[in-house]
Design a protein. Structure first.
Length: 72
């Protein structure tokens, strides 16, 4: 049996271009802005967890060229 998800309301101040990006993603994907932001946070969580575990994060570009994602 899974634990019910709890929520906490937060207020954030974001640059206009980031808000517009979230709104565009939400619109394109049929999501609420909250869900788009939640997805962005989960993506960051994925990167952080894998980096801390010492994993490499790779992307495959055109022509099957594989590059490592390096974040600063």
């Amino acid at each position: 049996m899974s634990t019910p998800m709890t929520f906490k309301k937060v207020t954030v101040n974001l640059p206009t271009d980031q808000v517009e990006f979230l709104q565009k993603i939400a619109s394109d994907e049929g999501l609420s802005v909250t869900d788009a932001l939640r997805r962005a946070i989960n993506t960051e969580k994925f990167f952080v967890q894998h980096e801390r575990a010492g994993h490499k994060i790779l992307v495959e570009g055109s022509g099957q060229r594989i590059r490592e994602v390096v974040r600063s």
